[in-house]
Design a protein around this ligand. Structure first.
Ligand SMILES: [Zn+2]
Length: 219
């Protein structure tokens, strides 16, 4: 299914063409999508610095010899630190800088254009889901009632096949609607990057009618 890439800095002109059938559009659903960096996988980890063990007598003696030197270095460090703190305290105070205005996250204006017929295109899938729920509820109610009626008798074939039908329908019907929606569903925001918003399931007729470019993925 072709995709329509909307660039943040140069938004495409909005041709008044239905994204589903290529007919002149009468309705525009417009909103702003917040651009953000694609999530990166947790990289890195802490560096492991090898530390010399020094548990043996030789390095113990060596450390003892170095102790006066280490103390001298420490003292020197403290003096330098005190001097730095004194210098920092006596520094001229800089003029207070005005607080930076809060930075608005960048957004991209996205629009889905539709004709009158496809204005509520997404709605048909909600009806389909509702239909699936009703059919399955009815089927299971019937199967359970039938099973309860024939339990303990010889004549259970119909009840068993009803239960089997209900089980198969419970698997196949949602799969069917899901596949239908995946292949021919409403236009959606597929992904957002720092500079673009990619709309998926924009129909080919839209690109044919507008001359806009599309990137075709997955056939
Ligand atoms: Zn249409």
């Amino acid at each position: 299914m072709p995709e329509l890439t909307v660039y943040r800095n140069s938004p495409v002109p909005r041709p008044q063409v239905c994204m589903y059938c290529g007919a002149p559009s009468t309705a525009t659903q417009e909103w702003r999508e917040v651009n953000r960096k694609p999530e990166k996988g947790g990289a890195g980890g802490t560096d492991v610095v090898p530390v010399a063990g020094g548990d043996d007598p030789v390095s113990a003696a060596f450390n003892l010899l170095l102790l006066p030197l280490a103390l001298w270095q420490l003292l020197k460090g403290i003096v330098i630190g005190i001097r730095a703190v004194a210098g920092w305290l006596s520094r001229p105070t800089p003029p207070p800088s005005p607080p930076a205005p809060p930075k608005e996250p960048p957004t991209t204006r996205v629009a889905v254009t539709t004709c009158e017929r496809h204005r509520r295109f997404a709605l048909r899938f909600w009806w389909a889901w509702l239909g699936v729920v009703l059919v399955l509820t009815g089927l299971w109610a019937w199967a359970i009632a039938e099973t309860a009626r024939v339990v303990g008798t010889e004549n259970v074939d119909f009840a068993v096949s009803l239960v089997m039908t209900a089980i198969v329908a419970t698997i196949l019907l949602p799969m069917g609607v899901g596949t239908w929606r995946f292949l021919a569903g409403p236009v959606i925001v597929d992904r957002v990057t720092e500079g673009t918003v990619v709309l998926a399931r924009v129909r080919q007729v839209y690109f044919d009618a507008t001359g806009l470019k599309s990137t075709d993925v997955g056939g």
